[in-house]
Write a protein that binds this ligand. Structure first.
Ligand SMILES: [Zn+2]
Length: 453
């Protein structure tokens, strides 16, 4: 009797553990493990402190002084990218993306030449047009958004994001990828997302295949003085469910399929969570199902407005006494966005999140095309079909599956051919298909469109 009870308890325990541990198979690429290792918290700290040293990086500040103001800041960022270009064997292409921003009667008082700073590492597969982008904004501000003189350190907002961009570039540009990597320090964010708006429009006009933009804004702080919460494990990925560029036909498809939660930004967010948690220890990626925080905007938004896949990466617990504040002490309390308030080990984790996602995606082959779910007849099974990707051949595919209420994929089923027949009803689950190469690198996930055959 006692033995029987013990075995029931053991069985229950087994069921519990089995359920909790479903989907733990992880295929780590030693080369990506190496890249992740190379991200240095000391480098990140010195990058942030260097950006703070320009006194202000206000978009309308001095462009001529050699050591202070936005001009010296952007020149230094360009020089830093050029330093990495030397170690890339000349493959990394560095440039200013310059444009004239007219006065807007709001936060830009007069016509001004603005410059994003960019570095592009071309992919090795010339048939692969995917661009995988990472950004932060290098401009800063104090309480008065028009104040162009006072000390505006912007250590967290957003020297932290620019440091993540630079450090990712330093490491990644030494390696080779199928797809093209793009590293950007945006200008004009605080004045109205002007740098990102300019580049997003240019990308649309020139037909760039922007596959994913990871926009890093406020990613260096693990403590909030307001709530007294210290959390160096969690990071948020903001993603919208429905693209603002959705057409009527796409909306009709969404209504009929229940794909409200399966827009490209949200798929990308799931992808980031899976890959970053595979490669970065002690990191919990929180999927936030909205475009951005209340009262705030970011440089991913102009890209999603143009129909590109773009998400925002931001720390879990923001300290609003540090952001957009004049640097001052009031009632014994320090205000202002100073570098000593950042947690550089945390920033290292967030940088590793970006870097591992970019590396895995850029090393993958392209995603399958024409992915279909066959809805020609009433059946309790699910049939999926697809065409192979352009460019390099995949090793195979993963069919992904989850319950309609589950935020993340539950199963990854490896398939060698170009179709799958599953013993689960298409009415009760959501499905996706991604390519996988022989190194285990996955493409982004394609959601099937209903088709008769
Ligand atoms: Zn910002």
């Amino acid at each position: 009797m006692k033995n029987r009870r013990i075995s029931i308890v053991l069985f229950a325990l087994f069921v519990l553990i089995f359920n909790a541990k479903a989907q733990t198979t992880q295929n780590k690429d030693p080369q990506i493990v190496q890249m992740v290792e190379e991200v240095s918290n000391q480098n990140l700290e010195s990058l942030v402190r260097k950006l703070v040293s320009f006194n202000t990086r206000h978009t309308l500040s001095d462009t001529l002084n050699k050591t202070t103001g936005i001009g010296s800041a952007r020149n230094w960022i360009k020089t830093e990218f050029e330093r990495y270009a030397k170690n890339s064997g000349g493959r990394l292409k560095v440039s200013f993306d310059s444009f004239v921003q007219p006065a807007d009667g709001r936060r830009v008082s007069q016509e001004t030449v603005l410059k994003n700073v960019m570095a592009v590492l071309p992919g090795t597969d010339t048939t692969d047009k995917r661009l995988i982008m990472i950004s932060g904004h290098y401009d800063s501000r104090v309480t008065d958004v028009m104040n162009i003189k006072d000390f505006a350190p912007g250590a967290n907002d957003d020297a932290s994001g620019v440091a993540a961009v630079l450090e990712s570039c330093r490491v990644l540009s030494k390696y080779q990828f199928n797809a093209t990597l793009v590293f950007i320090a945006f200008v004009g964010e605080e004045q109205g997302l002007y740098g990102a708006t300019h580049l997003a429009k240019k990308a649309k006009d020139e037909g760039w295949k922007v596959h994913l933009l990871l926009n890093n804004d406020i990613v260096g702080n693990s403590y909030s003085s307001e709530t007294n919460i210290r959390d160096n494990r969690s990071v948020r990925i903001f993603s919208e469910g429905v693209s603002p560029a959705e057409t009527k036909e796409q909306a009709a498809l969404r209504y009929s399929t229940g794909y409200d939660n399966d827009g490209t930004a949200r798929q990308a967010a799931r992808y980031i969570k899976e890959i970053a948690e595979r490669y970065v220890d002690q990191l919990d990626v929180k999927l936030i199902y909205r475009r951005d925080r209340f009262l705030r905007g970011g440089d991913h938004t102009p890209f999603s407005a143009q129909g590109f896949t773009a998400v925002r990466v931001t720390e879990m617990n923001e300290d609003f006494d540090k952001q957009h504040q004049n640097v001052r002490v009031e009632n014994g309390k320090q205000y202002g966005d100073l570098p000593e308030f950042l947690d550089y080990i945390y920033l290292q984790k967030v940088t590793r999140l970006n870097l591992s996602t970019m590396a895995n995606l850029a090393l993958s082959v392209q995603e399958p095309e024409n992915v279909k779910i066959i809805t020609g007849g009433l059946t309790n099974k699910t049939q999926l079909k697809w065409d192979k990707p352009k460019g390099k051949e995949p090793f195979g595919y993963y069919v992904l599956m989850r319950e309609t209420t589950n935020p993340v994929w539950e199963r990854k089923i490896f398939v060698k051919g170009n179709e799958a027949l599953l013993g689960y009803s298409k009415d009760n689950y959501l499905f996706g298909v991604q390519s996988v190469d022989n190194g285990g690198h996955e493409s982004l996930i394609m959601i099937p469109k209903p088709a008769n055959k």
